[in-house]
Design a protein around this ligand. Structure first.
Ligand SMILES: Nc1ncnc2c1ncn2[C@@H]1O[C@H](COP(=O)(O)OP(=O)(O)OP(=O)(O)O)[C@@H](O)[C@H]1O
Length: 270
C-alpha cells in the first residue's frame, strides 16, 4: 500500500510586511528631572533621551548646568527628582558602576606615577586579585593606553605630560572597565585645536569600534558639529534635542552656534 503524504503547507500570502525590530532602548531616559544645589534650582524639569552607541553633545554656556546633569546621570548628584534611567536602571544603582566611565573636569592623574603606573593603580582597584586576574589586568592596561594613543609615553611621568596627554590618561582610566556609557565633562577644555581634533577623532573611534554611548559636554559651539546628536542647554533648561543638521535646517542658520543664538532669542521673546 502506498503511503500518501499530505501536500506541503504553503504559508498563506500576507499583505503585511514583517514587523520592523523595535528601536533600541535609549541609553539615558530623563523625565521631569529637577535638581537643587544649595538654595538654587539648577535643572528645571528636563525631559530627554540619549540614544545608544552615538555621541551626544551637551552644550551650553558656563554655569547652565551641564556638570550637574552629568553628575545626576552618573549618580553622584544629591537632591534629584523626577525619573532618570541609565542603561535601563535608575541612575545611581550600584550595578551601573562598572558599566559607566566618568571623566570629570579635573584629570584624575597622579603626577608622581608614570602613565602605566596610573593605569595599573586604577585597574587594581577595579579588579583586585592575583594570577589570571593580574594578567588580564595588565592586558586591559596595555589596551587602554593604546586606545588613547599613549603607548610611546607609557613610561613617562604624568607630571611631564601635556594637558592633552593628561586628559587622555584620564580617558584611558575610564576605558579600563570597557564601559557601555562614557560621560566626559569638558574633556577638551584648554586644549589647542590639533589636540581637540585628535580627541574628537578618538571619541568617534571608540563609539564606532565598541558601540559605546558617549555623552560629552562642551561650551565650545564648534564642537557641536562633531556630535551625532545635541542637547543644547541654557539656564538649567534644554533648548533643543536634535541632530546638528536638523537644528541648522529648522532654524535656517548656517552653524549650530547660530542655531543656538536663534533659539535663545526665541526663548527670550516668549
Ligand atoms: N556645590 C554647589 N553649590 C551650590 N551651587 C552650585 C554648586 N556647584 C554648582 N553650583 C551652581 O549650579 C549651576 C550649574 O553649575 P554647573 O557646574 O552644573 O554648570 P556647567 O554648565 O557645568 O558650567 P561650566 O561649563 O562652567 O563647567 C551654577 O549656577 C553653579 O553656580
Amino acid at each position: 500500500m502506498m503511503n500518501i503524504q499530505p501536500p506541503p503547507q504553503t504559508p498563506a500570502p500576507t499583505s503585511q510586511p514583517p514587523e520592523p525590530p523595535p528601536p533600541p532602548t535609549p541609553a539615558i531616559q530623563a523625565t521631569s528631572l529637577t535638581t537643587t544645589r544649595g538654595t538654587r534650582k539648577v535643572l528645571h524639569n528636563l525631559t530627554f533621551t540619549v540614544p545608544q552607541g552615538q555621541i551626544t553633545g551637551l552644550l551650553g554656556p558656563s554655569g547652565c548646568g551641564k556638570s550637574t546633569l552629568m553628575r545626576a546621570i552618573v549618580g553622584t548628584q544629591a537632591r534629584v527628582t523626577g525619573t532618570l534611567n541609565v542603561l535601563n536602571h535608575p541612575a545611581g544603582t550600584p550595578a551601573l558602576r562598572s558599566r559607566i566611565g566618568y571623566v570629570t573636569q579635573d584629570p584624575s592623574v597622579y603626577d608622581d606615577l608614570t602613565v602605566r603606573q596610573n593605569l595599573e593603580y586604577f585597574a587594581a582597584i577595579l579588579s583586585p586579585g592575583h594570577g589570571e586576574t593580574a594578567t588580564r589586568r595588565q592586558e586591559d592596561v596595555t589596551r587602554a593606553i593604546a586606545e588613547v594613543d599613549l603607548t610611546t609615553h607609557a613610561d613617562a611621568l604624568a607630571a611631564n605630560l601635556s594637558g592633552g596627554q593628561r586628559n587622555r590618561v584620564s580617558l584611558a582610566v575610564a576605558l579600563l572597565g570597557t564601559p557601555e556609557l562614557l560621560v566626559l565633562d569638558e574633556p577638551t577644555v584648554g586644549l589647542d585645536p590639533v589636540l581637540r581634533r585628535d580627541l574628537w577623532d578618538l571619541f568617534h573611534t571608540i563609539a564606532a569600534n565598541r558601540g559605546t554611548t558617549i555623552l560629552v559636554s562642551s561650551h565650545v559651539m564648534d564642537e557641536a558639529e562633531r556630535c551625532h546628536r545635541l542637547l543644547l542647554m541654557r539656564e538649567g533648561e534644554i533648548l533643543a534635542d536634535d541632530t546638528p543638521e536638523s537644528l541648522r535646517t529648522s532654524t535656517a542658520t548656517p552653524t549650530v552656534e547660530a542655531a543656538f543664538l536663534h533659539l535663545v532669542d526665541k526663548a527670550n521673546a516668549t
